[in-house]
Design a protein around this ligand. Structure first.
Ligand SMILES: CC(C)(COP(=O)(O)OP(=O)(O)OC[C@H]1O[C@@H](n2cnc3c(N)ncnc32)[C@H](O)[C@@H]1OP(=O)(O)O)[C@@H](O)C(=O)NCCC(=O)NCCS
Length: 337
């Protein structure tokens, strides 16, 4: 018997407001055709104020706890991955802890690894469980992008890509007797290359400036995300491919052994390129980008929960997860559902 982590409950929450490509085309120089052709995105969900990242996280976490059959009192730790925190500090995990009524004293940690944030957070939960530090960990990915996007021609390359949402997993210790049948995380793999930090980033506000926040930053548009789309695309295809290879190699499994691939959803073409490289049949790759766009750290748990809801992910299945994002960061994970 070996102590391992498993996902005991999964949940997600998407805000009800649907924003179509046509809605965006009414506000900036873009079109449904351009967005669908280049990215596969048809619509996304955006919050209405005053909804925050921790509000979305709360909804997803509540569903995940219910799915696991446990309550907030049963948690030993919280990880919350987001690039869109409620406030600069403290971390959004603390706001979630209070809203969810997780007992005072339970550690709450923010993870800032953008689109790879959930994989990073899962890896940390996995390590804490393997060492016996924690028995049950809430791992959340949650984002409110819509309030921080540039609604003009200048920001269109980034604005059309992102949606709001949250996903959560209750991760708990389990004694694995037979890895071939028992639900558990086999391994996680994390990477970063900070040389590319400015290829996809939000420059301001920040302590890198003489003043943390200034009118100059606003006037220059530094308060909106900036992206070198081509560099991101090329690196995403390369690194996601490597991440898939690494997780399969580490566990001595072949593409044919995998029942479902749940990839980050940045661009449908990125996932199609990765699938083509490995000869992965289209039906084994679970995509949500058409309806939810890129929800950054929330994407993977939203994908897992949506796959369960749609009957695509069932107990006993072998699932490979891979993500890539700003940093650049990338990672992967193999689990038996
Ligand atoms: C952003 C992305 C879709 C652009 O696709 P692309 O094939 O590189 O774009 P193209 O070179 O065909 O087109 C660029 C042109 O479209 C324009 N354009 C950019 N955004 C546009 C939009 N939303 N609507 C219409 N036109 C747009 C550009 O201004 C440029 O025009 P120009 O040729 O007159 O200068 C693509 O680079 C991409 O997906 N990159 C990765 C982004 C990503 O995944 N980010 C998140 C990572 S976690």
């Amino acid at each position: 018997m070996t102590t391992r982590a498993r996902i005991a409950g999964i949940g997600s929450h998407l805000p009800p407001k649907v924003v179509t490509n046509h809605d965006l085309a009414a506000q900036m120089d873009t079109s449904d055709e351009w967005i669908v052709q280049r990215t596969g995105i048809k619509q996304r969900r955006w919050v209405d104020h005053p909804t925050t990242t921790s509000d979305l996280a709360l909804e997803a976490a509540t569903i995940a706890l219910e799915d696991a059959g446990v309550g907030p009192d049963d948690l030993d730790m919280i990880f919350l991955a987001t690039l869109s925190p409620d406030h600069e500090f403290p971390g959004t995990a603390c706001f979630l802890q209070a809203k969810l009524d997780v007992p005072p004293g339970v550690p709450a940690v923010d993870v800032r690894q953008q689109c790879t944030g959930f994989v990073y957070a899962m890896s940390m939960a996995d390590q804490f469980i393997r060492t016996g530090f924690a028995g049950r960990v809430l791992v959340v990915g949650a984002e409110v992008h819509s309030k921080g996007l540039q609604m003009s021609d200048e920001g269109r390359d980034v604005t059309v890509l992102f949606g709001d949402g949250a996903g959560a997993a209750v991760v708990e210790a389990i004694e694995v007797a037979d890895p071939a049948t028992d639900s558990h995380v086999f391994s996680t793999h994390l990477h970063a290359d900070g040389r590319h930090a400015e290829e996809l980033w939000l420059p301001a506000p920040g302590m890198a400036f003489e003043d943390f926040m200034s009118h100059g930053q606003v006037d220059r548009g530094d308060i909106y995300p900036k992206m070198n789309g081509r560099a991101v695309y090329v690196n995403a295809v390369k690194r996601m491919g490597e991440a898939v290879e690494e997780t399969l190699g580490a566990n001595d499994v072949a593409i044919e052994d995998i029942d479902l691939f749940v990839f980050h959803q940045a661009n449908l073409r990125i996932n199609e390129a990765v699938a083509e490289r490995f000869g992965i049949p289209g039906e084994k790759v679970f995509n949500t980008i058409d309806r939810f766009a890129n929800t950054t750290a929330a994407t993977i748990p939203i994908g897992l929960h949506t796959a369960v809801q749609e009957g695509r992910l069932e107990p006993g299945m072998l699932v490979a997860v891979a993500a890539f994002g700003s940093g650049f960061t990338w990672g992967s994970m193999l689990l038996r559902w």
